[in-house]
Design a protein around this ligand. Structure first.
Ligand SMILES: Nc1ncnc2c1ncn2[C@@H]1O[C@H](COP(=O)(O)OP(=O)(O)OP(=O)(O)O)[C@@H](O)[C@H]1O
Ligand SMILES: [Mg+2]
Length: 235
């Protein structure tokens, strides 16, 4: 199995890196989903970008999958940029983008002045009003620049709570990947296609675990449940 598999691979030292990353533990029934993520990271190693949006209900394992991708990307020495949508910041324009691009702030000096100003305006560092298109172009350029050094994995979790301008920029970027080794992974609770879907953009709708995997997961947490209780919890 690919080196995304958190069961079989040793983890690097240090705390989880994705904002919501649950602690590493056995992941049941997600082999195909992990393989899909691994495939995207492989493509990046060969110079091709890609985007995948994951959707599914609460607790289905979206953040857990993103955390596995994060670990795998770091093992591949990729640059990982991540942001977590939170309800309290969802009305703050570009708050999510600020989180995502913070590790690249030193690179912004290499952008053309027009693009540098666009980003500075987005983050309230200039008096001019933010120009969404200019900001999206500048973001793409910044990512492309970074990907010229090492492939980039961009992770946005809980995108349903990301501010709308950040969602728009992500959608713009995700549709223009291809020549640059940048992988965009997003996860959201929404069941309807989010603005990130579109041409060249894959969508993974997480399904509930099947009975065997759900049973194995439950047994790993609560091995001594009475059969009737176990059946009730699984149902
Ligand atoms: N396939 C799985 N195998 C083992 N544990 C799992 C699996 N899927 C989810 N879990 C566990 O269930 C819990 C919830 O998972 P996670 O936080 O990834 O869900 P989520 O889809 O991101 O939920 P939310 O919509 O609330 O953000 C975590 O403790 C996680 O480790
Ligand atoms: Mg989550």
């Amino acid at each position: 199995m690919p080196d995304l598999d958190p069961i079989t691979r040793a983890q690097p030292p240090g705390p989880p890196t994705t904002p919501t990353a649950p602690a590493t533990k056995t992941l049941y029934g997600r082999e195909n989903d992990l393989a899909l993520l691994e495939h995207l990271l492989d493509q990046a190693r060969h110079g091709r970008g890609g985007a995948l949006s994951i959707s599914g209900g609460a607790g289905l394992g979206k953040s857990t999958l993103l955390a596995a991708a994060d670990r795998s990307a770091r093992r591949r020495a990729m640059t990982v940029l991540s942001a977590l949508g939170v309800e309290s910041e969802s009305h703050l324009p570009f708050a999510g983008l600020h989180q995502l691009l913070l590790p690249l702030r030193a690179d912004a000096v290499r952008l053309e002045p027009r693009q540098r100003h666009a980003l500075r305006a987005a983050f309230g560092l200039e008096d001019t009003a933010p120009d969404l298109f200019g900001i999206a172009l500048a973001t793409l350029e910044l990512l492309s620049e970074a990907a010229g050094r090492t492939p980039v994995l961009l992770i946005a979790d809980d995108t349903h709570w990301l501010d709308r301008p950040t969602q728009d920029v992500l959608a713009f970027v995700a549709r223009r990947l291809g020549a640059d080794p940048v992988v965009v992974l997003t996860a959201s609770r929404t069941e309807t296609p989010d603005p990130h879907s579109g041409a060249g953009h894959e969508h993974l709708r997480l399904r509930a675990l099947d009975d065997d995997d759900a049973g194995a997961l439950l047994d790993s947490c609560s091995p001594r449940l009475a059969p009737a209780t176990r059946a009730l919890v699984l149902a």
